[in-house]
Every structure is written in structure tokens, then in C-alpha cells.
Design a binder for this molecule. Structure first.
Ligand code: FE2
Ligand code: FE2
Length: 208
């Protein structure tokens, strides 16, 4: 299979563009969160943006390594341009992440495997697993955001100010930190369980 004529090369270019755009949109979302004084969500979106740029780098490098010289790739694809609102962005981005895990990257992996590019197939699969955890995280944040429960819980839970480290068990967190007076938006949102659940689900998935 000549890489320059492969579908895998086109898929890598599409994936590279999609990852760059997701990275850019997540930076935009970080600014939206900052404007709403949701500083922990701002930092979370920056972390996700960084993840997407790492995925972009992987796909970019595959193209460069296999093309043999400077390369221009032409392709057709649909990309998302979303309304600049945090709530709708959290919802739509979670759906985009889900489609990458459910269909897009598994299909790209199958094509790469059929065309004899096993390492690239595994690259798509590894990235798909990360996108699953992104899907779950964005879905979680969307649900908390739209129900206005980012800093509330039914039972008392531990809230922590990421600025000064103030800790307290409450069911409804402070509006201003009692220690440093900074906004509620600095409180850590505990989403480690999302990554733990995600890692189990994709390990069990018959896709991989
Ligand atoms: Fe990604
Ligand atoms: Fe992602």
C-alpha cells in the first residue's frame, strides 16, 4: 500500500485537523469559564486542550514519518463551529468526544489495520480511549453546570479552595472562601471518579 494514496493518510489529516480544532475550542471554553469566574473549569479546559494538542501531534507525526517528505494532504470533512456559550459547549463537546470514541476513531483504526498500518491503528485506538474519558468528564460538568450544582451535593462533601487550600465538609459550598475570600469558582471539582470509571469501561469494551 502506497501511503500517499492510502485512506489512512486522509484519516490522519482529518484527525489532526479535528484535534487542533478541539484544542482551540477548549481554549475558547477556558476563556468562557474564566469570564464566569469558574476558575477550576477554566483550568480543566486548559488541561483538555493540552490533551488534544498531544493527540494532534501524534497524528501529525504519523503523516510526516510516512510521507517521506514535505506533504500536502487534501481532504473533505465536517467540523463543528459551536455557539460561544459554556453550557451548550459542554454539551456539544461531550457529544463530539463520544462520536470520536464510538465511531470515528474505531473506523479509522479498522481502515489503518486493513491497509497494513498497525501502529497507526493502535494510535487511533489509544486516542479513542482518552476521548471516552473526555466525553464522560464533559458530560459530568455539563450536568453539574446546567443543574447549578457545581458546588452543591446531596450529602456533605469535602470542598477545597485551590487558591489557599481551605477545606470544609459542607453540602453547599461557600460563595467566598472564608480564608482567602476568593470566589467559589476556585473550589476544586472532584472528577477523579470519572477517570476511574472510564478506565474500567474501556478496558471492558469489546471494541478494544
Ligand atoms: Fe483528542
Ligand atoms: Fe478529547
Amino acid at each position: 500500500m502506497n501511503f500517499l494514496e492510502s485512506r489512512t493518510r486522509q484519516n490522519l489529516a482529518r484527525a489532526f485537523a479535528a484535534e487542533c480544532q478541539a484544542g482551540a475550542r477548549y481554549q475558547f471554553m477556558a476563556t468562557m469559564a474564566q469570564n464566569e469566574k469558574l476558575f477550576y473549569i477554566k483550568d480543566t479546559m486548559k488541561m483538555l486542550a493540552k490533551n488534544e494538542m498531544a493527540h494532534a501531534k501524534l497524528f501529525y507525526d504519523f503523516i510526516v514519518q510516512n510521507s517521506g517528505k514535505d506533504s500536502v494532504v487534501e481532504f473533505n470533512a465536517d467540523y463543528s463551529y459551536l455557539e460561544a456559550k459554556l453550557e451548550i459547549s459542554l454539551q456539544k463537546e461531550s457529544e463530539i468526544e463520544k462520536s470520536e470514541f464510538d465511531t470515528i476513531y474505531p473506523e479509522f483504526a479498522n481502515t489503518a489495520r486493513e491497509e497494513g498500518y498497525e501502529e497507526i491503528a493502535q494510535g487511533f485506538e489509544k486516542v479513542a480511549r482518552v476521548e471516552y474519558s473526555h466525553f464522560k468528564l464533559l458530560e459530568y460538568l455539563y450536568n453539574k453546570y446546567q443543574s447549578k450544582t457545581l458546588y452543591k451535593s446531596k450529602l456533605e462533601q469535602l470542598f477545597r479552595c485551590t487558591n489557599c487550600g481551605h477545606l470544609s465538609y459542607q453540602s453547599d459550598a461557600w460563595k467566598k472562601c472564608p480564608l482567602c475570600s476568593l470566589d467559589q469558582g476556585y473550589i476544586m471539582i472532584d472528577y477523579n471518579h470519572i477517570f476511574e470509571e472510564s478506565s474500567k469501561i474501556y478496558m471492558d469494551s469489546d471494541k478494544y
